[in-house]
Design a protein around this ligand. Structure first.
Ligand SMILES: [Zn+2]
Length: 383
């Protein structure tokens, strides 16, 4: 934010001068010299195939569980229902821990290993914590997770299964972040909040490369994301922009942001044509993964929407649960409520004629349905 530059091997969490988030800069001309679209064909089946675009110096530091390269799947019956024949879903819940967060964790934990860190702490509403715990286990790094007491039990058990220490905090999601920050200041453990971590968002970029490569470098017209802290949408935007600058694709798709009506600070800022997001009150929603009142990458999300001609919409819990059931019954795909918020948002964007029938659309499904069975039970037991 202030323009200060640091080494990529610095252990900073945020900017020393202004406290702002840090972004990784690349020498795109160097990437141009060492990689091209054709050279990717012979590479391995993980997101590390986009090696030049990831900020790890030495291959020996890479901590990988085989993340990325998730399928882009056409869902015939569900697509017909929404009258969107060219709809595909990016099945990111097929990542190793059942959530898209593995894209970020593989890069951020590889960076911890490169810096010889032996312990780390993080705050998370569930998926990011479970993901970090898995990669820390593989890297032999001690991991402590602060999570809301309301976090689905499955996610907490998952993090503990990987050997992480899990501390639940009563109160809001912000209270959890504050507890983690206090622990960081008092214990000296390295704080790797995925919401601000510059390396985590670099991993998120790879979703853009994969969509572009899968579609033979002709990107869709629209990509729809559920948005909490904003790392995924902001990361995808960075990824598409890099490909445009390299000349690998002609343009970025229009990127759309979906939030829960119970917690929609980015939607409000978008409607007010603001440059920055103002923190909102924390409402209750089945989409716990996007219940973020003060998104760290809120202004980056707004910028991404504005630059790509995207839009921000809010959805109700009833709509989220309806789409969760529909997708499962019509096409056999069981995604968690946060992912299904993006589907409910897709329906709204279609109704608003922001997305037209003949256009190509991708929706990102971020987490697996079994990550939160208590919410899913609401649907099956009432039907
Ligand atoms: Zn700064």
């Amino acid at each position: 934010m202030c323009g200060e530059e640091y080494s990529v091997t610095d252990t900073l969490v945020v900017c020393k001068k202004c406290g702002g988030i840090l972004d990784v800069k690349y020498d795109l001309a160097e990437i141009q010299r060492t990689a091209n679209r054709e050279s990717l064909r012979s590479r391995g089946r993980s997101l590390w195939r986009y090696r030049e675009f990831l900020p790890i110096k030495d291959d020996g530091s890479i901590v990988s569980l085989g993340e990325g390269l998730t399928p882009l799947r056409h869902v015939r019956q569900y697509a017909a229902l929404l009258q969107l024949p060219h709809l595909s879903l990016k099945l990111d819940y097929l990542n190793p821990t059942g959530a898209f967060k593995d894209r970020g964790s593989t890069v951020s934990v590889s960076k911890l290993k490169e810096l010889n860190m032996t312990s780390v702490l993080e705050d998370s509403s569930g998926n990011a914590g479970a993901s970090l715990a898995a990669y820390c286990a593989a890297a032999r790094i001690e991991c402590t997770i602060y999570a809301p007491a309301t976090t689905p039990r499955e996610k907490l058990i998952q993090a503990r299964m990987y050997g992480a220490k899990v501390k639940t905090v009563d109160g809001s999601r912000t209270d959890v972040a504050t507890a983690a920050e206090n622990a960081w200041k008092t214990t000296g453990l390295h704080y790797a909040s995925h919401n601000t971590n510059p390396f985590f968002v670099e991993g998120m970029k790879t979703v853009a490369y994969e969509i572009a490569e899968d579609m033979h470098w002709r990107v869709p017209d629209h990509v729809v994301f559920p948005v909490g802290g904003g790392t995924l949408l902001a990361g995808a935007y960075r990824g598409f922009e890099e490909l445009v600058k390299l000349g690998w694709i002609e343009r970025s798709p229009r990127l759309h942001c979906v939030q829960s009506e119970a917690c929609m600070p980015i939607v409000k800022a978008f409607r007010a044509r603001a440059q920055k997001v103002t923190a909102c009150a924390e409402g209750n929603t089945v989409a716990g993964g996007i219940r973020i009142t003060n998104p760290a990458r809120g202004s980056q999300v707004l910028d991404s929407l504005n630059k790509t001609g995207g839009c921000a919409v809010e959805v109700s819990d009833a709509a989220i649960l309806r789409h969760q059931s529909l997708l499962a019954r019509l096409d056999g795909i069981f995604a968690e409520p946060t992912s299904c918020a993006a589907l409910a948002g897709l329906e709204r964007l279609r109704q608003m004629s922001i997305i037209e029938k003949d256009e190509q659309v991708v929706v990102e499904l971020t987490g697996f349905g079994l990550k939160d069975t208590r919410t899913a039970a609401l649907s099956v037991e009432s039907s």
